[in-house]
Design a protein around this ligand. Structure first.
Ligand SMILES: NC(=O)c1ncn([C@@H]2O[C@H](COP(=O)(O)O)[C@@H](O)[C@H]2O)c1NC=O
Length: 203
């Protein structure tokens, strides 16, 4: 089954996976306080506005993940003190679904004291609090659904998301709260105090 990009919110551990038929030549890149989805060096030129973006950011004790440019304004709203539910709902509604051939939905989630997951589709805006592991995807599984995601740390989350049996995996990012009970994650460049990230680019 092809479900496109998807998010899992644990709720203490999360993951984002890029699956792509059209633009497989992409990778996740760790920045100071973000993870970016970017074309690989050998990728063909494209002017598609939807395929390079920050897919993960942290703001204090909240992490944001998502499938497009909404991640930055969601993070900015959190910085201004918006509750996560409102930051997700207002931003998803303002940016709306992507104006491409598929009306691709925007999906996003936050991990924090309370965790949330959201999607804006052509026909709906859904934002829900997450209390058990939940998945939402751009296609097919485009309503948040309970999803068994048994992982202990950010590396396992990235590996598991990458390896899930949905077609055309490209790359994945795992994120975990450091004050959650699983704290044996390897720290890397993108770690804030509150969160650890891990990247799986399939090589
Ligand atoms: N976020 C992404 O990484 C991303 N990759 C592709 N898209 C959009 O989705 C369309 C379909 O892509 P695909 O056939 O790879 O699933 C693309 O034309 C593009 O407009 C994306 N937009 C939303 O998921």
């Amino acid at each position: 089954m092809y479900i496109g990009r998807f998010i899992v919110i644990g709720p203490e551990i999360g993951a984002y996976r890029v699956s792509s038929r059209s633009f497989p030549n992409r990778k996740a890149v760790a920045r100071d306080d973000a993870v970016t989805i970017a074309p690989t060096e050998d990728a063909p030129e494209t002017d598609n506005p939807y395929i390079s973006y920050n897919c993960a950011r942290t703001v204090g004790d909240t992490a944001v993940i998502g499938n497009g440019s909404q991640v930055d304004p969601i993070a900015e709203k959190l910085e201004l003190g918006y509750p996560a539910r409102d930051a997700l709902a207002e931003t998803l509604l303002a940016l709306d679904y992507e104006k491409d051939d598929y009306d691709t939905p925007r999906i996003a989630g936050t991990i924090g004291e309370e965790s949330y997951i959201g999607i804006v589709r052509r026909d709906a805006l859904l934002v829900e609090r997450v209390t058990e592991s939940t998945l939402v995807a751009t296609y097919e599984k485009d309503t948040p659904e309970s999803f068994a995601f048994r992982v202990e740390n950010a590396e396992e989350a990235a590996d598991a998301a990458y390896g899930l049996d949905f077609e055309h995996p490209v790359c994945a990012v795992g994120v975990t709260r450091n004050d959650a009970k699983t704290d044996d994650t390897k720290m890397d460049d993108t770690d804030s105090n509150a969160f650890s990230f891990a990247i799986e680019n399939g090589n």
